[in-house]
Design a protein around this ligand. Structure first.
Ligand SMILES: Cc1ncc(COP(=O)(O)O)c(C=O)c1O
Length: 398
């Protein structure tokens, strides 16, 4: 088969590759602490599963409107009004097969060849490849030395006449950095001077926030820019529903229509049963979401202490999401017991998988070669055992 240039140039998602390596070892009977894949270890709440069950039994098994059922779009609009203070109506909402598909869809709907998208690094693995597959150019702005968030002057310097998007992700996967309302307002001041730049806010980790401050998103902080903001969210992380594959987005009505046009020619609607489940998630009790938030925070504190106790590793306290972006620059270059050097973050993650049975994702996947990403959405005991094993494996380096 002939492969397109865009597929040849795209990378396989490193998170998925590492998770596959971990699964292969598990299938071979080797104990693996899989802290690579980013998903809640909690089960989807029962009332959500029951709603899906009822929907399937009552015949909700046929195509829905491409942009989602009216009930779910209403519930999403209500969520955006209630949680985010957006002026949102159901006709400005699109439901898709996960936030990932919607982000891809939005880029395909908006980028022409050579158009640029600004991506602050560290970034979620998929953004640069999605931009490239859509024909655009990812413009990666290294924020590792400026608090892991893009600063107004760095944004201003990155904008060119070809810039079409700024992609913001808060709380950030992998760094856990969170933009405050003031920080977003400062970026908005730059964006007001750049009318061709749209802003994508990937808010998928909104509900996993440890700052004690209310969550802030650009369309809320700068409503005058709302006509060029796409706000993306979903139930994968908030309601432990990763494999129900439901995401949603709101933005200017004509852009949402364009996304629906593309979706109508690709995936059509998201699964009807999953949409019924997402409706129950958004309209039902939210106590699990709050309880899980507290559980994540307590695991975060334990894991940070455990990592900081390992010589050679550094850990910055994440303000949100469920990842620690571990600084491992001091370990890269060290020698394994067999005398070979660990020259890259990839080699280090392979060493940890082989020696300690711990799967972490190399930081280069996220735009930083001196980090490893650890997901702490696992039982506290498992994460601490994994940290102890990592400590032993690293102590064997010289
Ligand atoms: C930053 C970020 N955005 C989007 C997604 C995709 O979410 P969904 O499961 O809704 O496709 C993920 C999943 O890991 C993510 O980390």
């Amino acid at each position: 088969m002939h492969l397109s240039q865009r597929v040849l140039e795209a990378r396989t998602s490193g998170t998925i590759r590492l998770a596959e390596m971990a699964r292969e070892r598990t299938a071979a009977g080797v104990k693996v602490h899989d802290l690579a894949e980013g998903e809640p270890d909690f089960d989807t709440p029962r009332h959500i599963i029951e709603a899906a069950h009822r929907a399937a039994l009552s015949g909700q098994t046929r195509y829905t409107s491409v942009a989602g059922t009216q009930d779910l779009r209403e519930a999403v609009a209500e969520k955006f009004r209630r949680d985010n203070g957006l002026k949102c109506t159901a006709d400005a909402v699109i439901v898709g097969t996960g936030a990932k598909q919607l982000i891809f869809n939005a880029l395909l709907a908006s980028l022409n060849d050579g158009d640029e998208a600004i991506i602050p690094a560290p970034y979620w693995v998929s953004y640069p490849d999605m931009v490239m597959i859509a024909g655009g150019l990812p413009v990666v702005v290294d924020c590792s030395k400026i608090g892991l968030k893009i600063a107004p002057d760095a944004l201003s310097a990155a904008i060119t006449p070809r810039t079409r998007w700024l992609i913001l992700n808060s709380p950030c996967n992998p760094s856990g950095a969170v933009y405050s309302a003031d920080e977003l307002a400062a970026l908005a001041a730059v964006l007001r001077e750049a009318p061709n730049v749209a802003i994508m806010c990937d808010d998928i980790y909104e509900k996993i926030l440890f700052t004690g401050e209310p969550f802030a998103t650009m369309a809320e902080v700068a409503p005058d820019l709302a006509a060029r903001v796409l706000t993306v969210n979903g139930v994968s992380k908030s309601h432990a529903m990763t494999c129900w594959r439901i995401g949603f987005a709101t933005g200017p009505r004509d852009f949402i229509d364009a996304m629906a046009k593309l979706q109508g020619q690709s995936t059509t609607n998201a699964s009807s049963v999953s949409q019924a489940a997402a409706l129950a998630a958004l309209t039902g009790p939210q106590d699990q979401v709050e309880n899980w938030g507290r559980a994540y925070q307590s695991r975060r504190d334990k894991v940070i202490a455990a990592i900081r106790a390992i010589p050679g590793l550094e850990a910055r306290v994440p303000d949100g999401a469920f990842y620690v972006f571990i600084g491992c620059g001091a370990v890269i270059g060290m020698k394994k017991p067999d005398g070979t050097a660990i020259e890259t973050d990839v080699a280090l993650s392979e060493y940890l998988l082989e020696t300690a049975g711990v799967a972490l994702v190399p930081g280069s996947e996220f735009g930083s070669r001196r980090h490893l990403r650890l997901c702490f959405a696992k039982s506290g005991k498992e994460v601490l055992t994994a940290c102890a094993k990592m400590g032993e494996a690293l102590a064997a380096l010289s």
